[in-house]
Design a protein around this ligand. Structure first.
Ligand code: ATP
Ligand code: MG
Length: 653
């Protein structure tokens, strides 16, 4: 099949002319200003050398980027540092020991306040425990944990002794855990008896026991007591966290590691296929997260109460719950559970209780809140919020406007942050004190970052055109390789366009040159020779008052090549998916985008298959739309969803 030119395609952007300039007060005291963009432009690598001063080095680097062996980058290569020291001890040494690092809120309502002094002590003890278990610098440690403070202690303890961690989302199955343990050669696992999920203790340890049947290399399992559930402990292999960490010395001197020492391996969410083991190293990564958390959220660590409402088992948790916030001495909220336990206002109750000033979450959460209704957040005082962030997928314009209005009191900037596990840090985002926000657009590269949109030949597209998103210069927090597979690293990211990083996402430059993300290149549909983006059609569907969520896929079609199949979840108050309503929705899309975008089929469903980061797994929906066996489902948050959808469709009229 001959592919039409990317540049002639993806050009149906929804018409959007709402603009939200920064509030005056915020702009007047903003961390990032137009001068920051100018400085980054003028200074090039010097800008990153400047940002490197945000962190504390044992040996100051004299080099910035070493790109002598592309695409294998080294940043700040002759510098040495300890990541955990940067997140803990140095703040205590600077007199901030009493500052709160985390306000922890357990799902059952238990709370803990952890200061920087306490964090430092806990991390030192945990580091000593790992040393006692024989963990050495370079050894990989797997973490399979709920959202509790010990998860942070364990990550930083690994970093402190130079043992790369690999955090596996607590919702994953034993199989998913086993394959990650095997892929990165783990010998020590840290887990918990369980965690609280939807109002009940949910066990974790049995999945570890199951996984380890196929991982004979694992010699120790450390088990944190969270729920107090009955837990089987294997003799000689398993040890309780309290027993081994509790008895350790509170003294531990951090060792300085080279900037390029591996910090962690994180597997991608698997939306497009088998997850990839992304390797991040220490110095550049820490500089990148520290700088972007400060810039994108206009962070004022003395006064802000910051909340990334995401799981630590996702890169967003690594960069913006752990390494960014802690290296900046931020006070954060850490919440263990689900947004609807014990009631649908739980998040807003937490915002009100701690007077949160910055909230960062995924569009899927925002759409869920829209579905539940604006009267729920309206019952709480959310006036402390001053910046709202979005991450994980393109935010539909309707969701952006709802978020700003009902959560942000119609005054907060919304920063839509585009980045990936691979990029380690925000790459494209509005800056809250500078950018006049457009609902649905990620706008411009973060100061210091260089991106472009190119056509099939790799030539930058004009304003008003769409194409492939590329990153044109190396950046400090970039992945260094795929764990154990340099060739796949080169092939996946650096081979499509010479000398540039291929992100795998489609994007468009609008008439002002601002960037709109259009979803995965793999998800782009080809209907009668027209290339259409799933994102735009989904946003058109969500702009209809009866639709809460939508997922669109292209299914093979004898006449049109591919046909558009949409799966929609209706809003709570909408009538239930009869033939008339489906016709109305099909016409609505045709009116918003054009007749070519009219879905062949719209299926009303109760749930959509999502990854832990809230991304819709379109490839599984494509399997359904094309009546195929389902592909890899191991990274779904809830694997029963697919059965539900199938039975739903089997009984549909
Ligand atoms: P895999 O690569 O295994 O398929 P994944 O790409 O879903 O997994 P992540 O690294 O968690 O794993 O997701 C990064 C992707 O998420 C980006 O490539 C992009 O498609 C999407 N994304 C993240 N943030 C945004 C955003 N603000 N706007 C648009 N898309 C976003
Ligand atoms: Mg990806």
């Amino acid at each position: 099949m001959s592919e039409p030119q990317q540049s002639e395609a993806l050009s149906n952007l929804l018409h959007e002319d709402r603009r939200f300039p920064p509030p005056d007060e915020l702009a007047a005291a903003a961390n990032v200003t137009v001068e920051t963009y100018a400085a980054a432009e003028a200074e090039g690598e010097g800008f990153w050398a400047e940002q490197a001063k945000r962190i504390s080095w044992a040996q100051e680097p004299t080099q910035v980027l070493d790109w002598s062996n592309p695409p294998f980058a080294k940043w700040f290569a002759d510098g040495t540092l300890n990541a955990a020291y940067n997140c803990c001890d140095r703040h205590v040494e600077a007199g901030l020991g009493d500052r709160v690092a985390f306000h922890f809120e357990g799902e059952p309502g238990d709370t803990r306040t952890i200061t920087y002094a306490e964090l430092t002590t806990e991390v030192k003890k945990a580091a000593n425990a790992l040393l006692e278990l024989g963990v050495k610098a370079g050894d990989r440690v797997a973490l399979y944990l709920p959202m509790i403070p010990e998860t942070v202690f364990a990550m930083l303890a690994c970093a402190r002794i130079g043992a790369p961690h690999t955090v596996v989302f607590g919702g994953f199955s034993a199989d998913a855990l086993a394959s990650r343990i095997q892929d990165c050669g783990v010998e020590v696992v840290i887990t918990a008896d369980g965690g609280y999920r939807r109002g009940a203790p949910s066990p974790l340890k049995p999945a570890v026991d199951e996984a380890l049947k196929s991982c004979p290399e694992v010699r120790s399992v450390v088990v944190i007591k969270r729920t107090g559930q009955e837990t089987a402990m294997a003799d000689g292999r398993d040890v309780w966290w309290d027993d081994i960490v509790g008895k350790q010395s509170e003294e531990h001197t951090p060792e300085a590691f080279p900037a390029e020492h591996p910090l962690y391996i994180m597997y991608t969410s698997g939306s497009t296929g088998k997850p990839k083991g992304i390797l991040h190293t220490t110095g550049g990564y820490l500089v990148g997260c520290s700088y972007t958390q400060w810039a994108t959220f206009d962070l004022k660590p003395e006064t802000d109460i910051y909340w990334t409402a995401a799981d630590i088992g996702w890169v967003t948790g690594h960069s913006y719950i752990v390494y960014g916030p802690l290296s900046n001495a931020t006070t954060s909220i850490l919440y263990e559970g689900t947004p609807d336990t014990p009631h649908k206002g739980r998040w807003w109750e937490i915002v009100q209780k701690y007077q949160a000033t910055i909230l960062y979450c995924a569009p899927t959460a925002i759409r869920t809140f829209m579905k539940w209704g604006a009267d729920i957040p309206a019952k709480f005082d959310l006036s402390s919020l001053r910046v709202l962030g979005s991450v994980g997928e393109p935010i539909n314009p309707e969701a952006y406007v709802w978020y700003r209005e009902h959560i942000g009191g119609d005054k907060t900037p919304v920063v839509d942050t585009w980045w990936q596990t691979e990029t380690g840090m925000h790459m494209i985002s509005p800056m809250p004190g500078v950018t006049s926000g457009k609902p649905g657009a990620a706008m411009k590269a973060v100061p210091g970052v260089s991106v472009d949109v190119v056509n099939d030949e790799g030539i930058p597209v004009q304003n008003g055109e769409g194409g492939y998103l590329v990153i044109t210069k190396p950046w400090p927090a970039m992945l260094r390789t795929l764990w154990g597979d340099d060739q796949r690293y080169v092939d996946t990211y650096w081979s499509r366009f010479e000398g540039r990083y291929f992100a795998g996402d489609g994007a468009k430059k609008d008439e002002d040159g601002d960037l709109w993300l259009l979803g995965r290149v793999d998800d782009v549909m080809n209907v009668s020779g027209h290339r259409l983006s799933t994102t735009e059609i989904e946003s058109a569907l969500v702009s209809h008052p009866s639709v809460a969520e939508a997922a669109v896929v292209g299914a093979t079609d004898a006449t049109t090549g591919q046909a558009i199949v949409a799966f929609v979840i209706l809003r709570g108050d909408a009538t239930n998916g009869g033939a008339d309503q489906v016709t109305e929705l099909r016409n609505h899309v045709a009116k918003e985008i054009g007749p070519i975008a009219k879905p062949r089929q719209i299926m009303v469903v109760e749930e959509l298959p999502k990854t832990r980061s809230g991304k819709i797994m379109r490839r599984l929906l494509r399997d359904i739309a094309e009546n195929r066996e389902l592909g890899d489902v191991t990274t779904l948050t809830d694997s029963t969803v697919m059965d539900l959808i199938k039975s739903n469709l089997a009984t549909a009229p």
